[in-house]
Ligand binder design. Structure first.
Ligand code: HEC
Length: 120
């Protein structure tokens, strides 16, 4: 009985780890390039083409991911709430991203050198 329980526990651990995959930093960098994010935010995500465009580099991954999902919700007509962001540019850009793209991009951005804080 113990052996069966251990086997079941092991199997569910394997299943859980395949579902909750770790973010892929290299894939995030690639997605940022392929989706033309750099054309506005800069290839290093900290030299935007206009001072009105935000610096992304070094921002917390969960903040970046939340922002991108909020733009998707805003663009897809979700009811107005504090949990959506409506922006014509970023709404359209965010709609091209998969959940994995968002997780990977957020992970890559969060590790970049940044002028946003002085601890990197
Ligand atoms: C055409 C220019 C343009 C492109 C291309 C673009 N962005 Fe943006 N981005 C903006 C602007 C402008 C804002 C500020 C929008 C607002 O006021 O909410 C912004 C905001 C953001 C934010 C929110 C930042 C914050 O501090 O809240 C994130 C995250 C972001 N962009 C990521 C991306 C990613 C990832 C891509 C590629 C898929 C991308 N952007 C492509 C112009 C652009």
């Amino acid at each position: 009985m113990k052996i069966i329980l251990l086997a079941l526990a092991g199997a569910s651990l394997v299943a859980a780890s395949t579902i909750a995959q770790a973010a892929d930093t290299a894939a995030g960098k690639l997605a940022f390039q392929q989706h033309n994010c750099a054309s506005c935010h800069g290839a290093d995500a900290k030299t935007p083409i206009s001072p009105a465009y935000p610096i992304l580099a070094g921002q917390h991954a969960d903040y970046i991911a939340h922002a991108l999902h909020a733009y998707q919700r805003g663009q897809s007509g979700a009811p107005a709430s504090a949990n959506i962001r409506k922006n014509p540019i970023m709404g359209a850009m965010a709609m091209t991203l998969s959940n994995a793209d968002i997780a990977n991009i957020a992970d890559w951005i969060s590790g970049l050198p940044t002028p946003l804080s002085n601890d990197r």
